[in-house]
Design a protein around this ligand. Structure first.
Ligand code: H79
Length: 442
């Protein structure tokens, strides 16, 4: 699946201004999928369903809402420590955090007056996870956002489903056969008032809507209006509204600020609108201890981040904390590897803009400083031949050096053609960055 854009699309000046406050410079965020499913870790009653995503276990294990409630009643992440989470993210070079305040299962991680199916009222834990994490993130200087599934809700018979594998008759066997779902009744009684609660009661910098089944313009506008009313600077992602035929439409751009590309999609070409890729350290979003599941390697993680930034976007890299409230150790390790690389090479990521050249080179990718004066060459595949080339460089190079140690790189430039002579071995196993100072801004 690849996102399609009409070339002539133009984001509104308001959206661009909101993004430029911090979002377009941030590049690297942490996505967190945490909820009742985290405790199941991909397994229910000894059965490990085949779905990749552990947060889908209620559907994949064919649990009724009542059965899932019994698990929710035992949700007790006693080791949850918001400050420890925020510090781990901060130390890994992350700039913002987005956590599931309510996933498709309908269970809220905040103290809601709208529905008592939430962590404070329904579980022995009784603590407001959204409040604690928002405060801890802001103390660390991180921006804070919430994921909210505003259309799907497996706890609510009126909410629509993404696909035919989700069956109302399994989730709600008590319903009469002629039950007629009323999506607007669900929106007005739960999802819209819960979004209003989040906006009123918490310091929220970004809201991440997902799977906008049956989300028409009129319905989506209710959500964007309530966000704008309480928090005019809060960013909104594109999944607030159903795209329609897979394309983003100009008339929908007033409802959201930036484009969420496909789940775990890494862009292969540069993109005309500012985007964010919802990536994950593994094949799942929620924590998974069993079943078909694997983590990315260190090199994959860094290459995915680099390609996303060079295409013109942010990477929102997910981790799934465990049911006890601790972060997943393998996720923490991978974040740490990225963070260590960023400590040396962050200048080639943060505050940069997408590759200004017409092509992506076969040896890696390219980002550029905001002022267009410095190109960052990300050498992802170290050349056997001892040199790399740029074919279409419409500016004269005045200096070339390795970002990691400042050492000069030898080069020859003939018109738009640049050749750089490289040592036998890469300076970095994932991405060696060369910075080029240009005489004209690109
Ligand atoms: O929150 C994460 C996913 O749970 C959510 N978006 C990201 C950020 C998402 N919701 N729906 N989808 C993604 C599309 C879903 C697909 C699948 Fe399936 C769920 C694939 C396997 C399980 C649908 C249901 C297709 C097969 C069964």
């Amino acid at each position: 699946f690849e996102y399609r854009f009409a070339d002539e699309l133009q984001q509104t000046p308001d959206s661009i201004a909101r993004q430029e406050q911090w979002f377009r410079d941030a590049k690297f965020g942490a996505f967190i999928h945490f909820g009742v499913y985290s405790a199941l870790a991909g397994e229910y009653n000894g059965v490990v369903p085949g779905f990749r995503y552990s947060e889908w276990i209620q559907v994949s294990a064919k649990m009724s809402a009542d059965e899932y409630h019994e698990v929710a009643k035992t949700f007790n992440p006693v080791d949850f420590d918001a400050d420890a989470w925020a510090k781990t993210f901060k130390d890994s070079g992350i700039q913002y955090v987005v956590i599931t305040s309510k996933h498709h299962d309908g269970f809220a991680l905040f103290d809601s007056m709208v529905s008592d199916y939430n962590v404070v009222d329904y579980t022995p834990f009784k603590r407001d996870i959204i409040k604690e994490l928002s405060e801890a993130c802001h103390r660390q200087g991180l921006k804070f956002g919430v994921y909210y599934s505003h259309a799907q809700d497996w706890d609510e018979p009126d909410a629509p489903y993404l696909n035919t594998r989700t069956k109302r008759s399994i989730l709600h066997p008590e319903l009469p056969e002629d039950f007629e779902p009323d999506f607007d009744r669900y929106i007005m009684s739960k999802s819209l008032p819960q979004v209003e609660e989040l906006m009123k009661n918490y310091e929220i910098d970004l809201i991440w809507f997902d799977t906008p089944v049956e989300m028409t313009f009129e319905r989506a506008k209710l959500f964007s209006d309530v966000v704008r009313k309480y928090r005019p600077n809060c960013l909104i992602n594109s999944r607030i509204i159903h795209r329609g035929k897979g394309k983003i439409l100009q008339e929908n751009l007033e409802l959201f600020d930036y484009v969420s590309i496909g789940d775990k999609e890494v862009p292969t070409k540069k993109l005309p609108l500012y985007v964010e890729s919802p990536d994950s350290v593994s094949t799942s979003f929620g924590y998974k201890a069993k079943g078909n599941h694997h983590y990315h390697t260190e090199v994959e993680m860094i290459h995915r981040l680099v390609h996303t930034v060079c295409a013109g976007g942010n990477s929102l890299l997910n981790n799934g904390p465990m049911g006890n409230g601790q972060l997943d150790p393998e996720a923490v390790r991978l974040y740490g590897v990225i963070g260590d690389w960023l400590k040396v090479n962050g200048e080639s990521i943060y505050r940069t803009r997408r590759n200004p050249l017409p092509e992506r080179p076969e040896w890696g990718d390219i980002s550029v400083s905001k002022d267009g004066q410095t190109l960052y060459l990300h050498v992802l595949e170290w050349p056997e031949a001892g040199s790399i080339e740029l074919e279409d460089l419409p500016a004269a190079v005045s200096a070339a050096s390795f970002l990691a140690n400042g050492e000069a790189v030898k080069y020859t430039q003939t018109g738009a053609q640049l050749e750089l002579m490289l040592p036998k071995a890469a300076l970095n196993p994932y991405d060696t960055v060369i910075q080029l100072s240009l005489n004209t801004a690109l």
